[in-house]
Design a protein around this ligand. Structure first.
Ligand SMILES: CC(C)[C@H](C(=O)O)[C@@H](O)C(=O)O
Ligand code: SF4
Length: 468
């Protein structure tokens, strides 16, 4: 047998049917659903008189539209549009008999944090969700695709997805990461090198010593942004770190089933000599704490750098950089560490997990945020929130001057009340810095939780190593 990549193995294990042109019908193990991309899909089922094929494998949670303030149980805190979407999910989950984590449930949170936390995401599975950041689940060595609303309907009805196979890409991060450098810097460094289209047509397998040494939280951060590099999915081979994370989770297998699952999971790695169509290698030691300066996730530089000049780019990027710098209200040559911010957002499916909060709290402990700064920390789930409270981390944030919120997508995107005003500038731990992403006219700089905490203290983009 010819050697296979991890992606090849999971793909092959899920083919239900294959057409002559290579288009496959893939069996889907887990389908995650949120309120934004599902209402029409459920309507489609109703119109066709169909049921959900595997309600026992379909998990729904509202996250994008929900307010994160403590008074959110009061429906008046939501806009009309948001309320309609969340109520539709409440009804659809009930009518179709899905696993559901409503706003009132402590397990509610961002769908990509809830899935792994509850043990729905496991190695070797196919996982889909009507959301581009489904890539997150690849951290478990599961093939996780973001899908569109018509595909959501197709998966609901059939538990299968029509897909063409992508090519294999390997991203190897060798060696060790320097102090102050985190999983977020790793994933931003990759996009900085490949650009937002570098992964187009590929499924990326991240490997190498620096990846293996990451916790599951860190691996999720890395895979979360595979999509920002254009890839169809991101994957990391499961290992002891993965198994330890999964063991004992509510929906993970138990007893003899666990043993059987483990026997399979241990076969999930890329065989020696398997072919990759594209390879990128980065030395872990070379990665510095990074920030974005522009309006694309590929606009990445070390915090010690300066705002670039449009002339230093080529082709269409020259104009794009010019526009970007203008939108961001910056000047070419300006030191990144001189950029003043007025808002800090720590959260999202990229960096809303307990380890992210520990890293930020380690910087904030005993310090206060800059006067006038608006800073919020938004747990990725109610359980992350509870754990942070138990560990005393929540209190560190509160003492420093942060707002301690309830779980949701929050200021990652402008679909709920947590938004920037025109011209406001935010240090954010999320994954997209597009124009208007956090609110019309808002300006976003992406970075790690530790870097965001450092910025909250000084009021400027800051090299976290100066505060360590
Ligand atoms: C609203 C949703 C469809 C969207 C996505 O697909 O990723 C959102 O989660 C995002 O991060 O932009
Ligand atoms: S936290 Fe942000 S990136 Fe993640 S699902 Fe929500 S809106 Fe999308």
């Amino acid at each position: 047998m010819s050697p296979k990549t991890l992606y090849d193995k999971i793909w092959d294990a899920h083919i239900a049917d294959e057409a002559d042109d290579g288009t496959c019908l893939l069996y889907i193990d887990r389908h995650l659903v949120h309120e934004v991309t599902s209402p029409q899909a459920f309507e489609g089922l109703r119109l066709a008189g169909r049921k959900v094929r595997r309600p026992d494998q379909t998990i729904a949670v509202p996250d994008h539209n929900v307010p994160t303030t403590l008074d959110r149980a009061n429906a008046a805190t939501m806009t009309e549009d948001s309320r309609i979407q969340v109520e539709a999910l409440d009804k659809n989950a009930k009518d179709f008999g899905l696993h559901y984590y409503p706003v009132s449930d402590v397990r509610q949170g961002v769908v990509h944090i809830v899935g792994p936390e509850q043990g729905w995401t496991l190695p070797g599975m196919t996982v889909v969700c009507g959301d581009s950041h489904t890539a997150t689940h690849g951290a478990f060595g599961s093939l996780a695709h973001g899908i569109g609303t018509s595909e959501v309907e197709h998966v609901l009805a059939t538990q299968t997805l029509i897909q063409k196979k992508s090519k294999n890409m390997k991203v190897e991060i060798t060696g060790k990461l320097a102090p102050g450098v985190t999983a977020k810097d790793v994933t931003m460094a990759v996009i900085g090198q490949t650009g937002t289209a570098g992964g187009t047509g590929y499924v990326i397998e991240y490997c190498g010593e620096a990846i293996e040494s990451l916790s599951m939280e860190g691996r999720m951060t890395v895979c979360n942004m595979a999509i920002e590099g254009g890839a169809r999915a991101g994957l990391i081979a499961p290992d002891q770190t993965t198994f330890d994370y999964c063991m004992g989770r509510p929906h993970a297998p138990k007893g003899a089933e666990w043993e059987a699952a483990m026997a399979y999971w241990k076969t999930l790695f890329t065989d020696e000599g398997a072919h990759f169509d594209k390879v990128l290698t980065i030395k872990g030691e070379d990665i510095a704490p990074l920030v974005t300066w522009g309006t694309s996730p590929e606009d990445v530089l070390a915090i010690t750098d300066v705002v670039p000049s449009p002339d230093s780019f080529e082709g269409g990027k020259v104009g794009a950089v010019k526009r970007s710098i203008e939108y961001m209200g910056l000047t070419a040559g300006q030191k990144l560490s001189d950029i003043e911010i007025d808002t800090v957002f720590i959260g999202s499916c990229t960096n809303g997990r307990i380890e992210d909060f520990r890293a930020a709290a380690a910087i904030l402990k005993g310090k206060k945020i800059k006067e006038g700064m608006r800073a919020m920390v938004v747990p990725g789930s109610g359980l992350v929130r509870a754990q942070a409270e138990e560990e005393g981390i929540a209190q560190i944030f509160i003492d420093a001057g942060f707002e301690w919120r309830l779980a949701g997508c929050s200021m990652c995107l402008a679909m709920n009340p947590d938004q920037l005003k025109p011209g406001e500038r935010c240090a954010a731990t999320s994954n997209r810095n597009f124009e208007g992403r956090q609110g019309r006219g808002g300006r976003t700089h992406l970075m790690s939780p530790a870097m965001a905490a450092a910025a909250a203290i000084t009021g400027k983009l800051t090299d976290v190593r100066d505060l360590m």
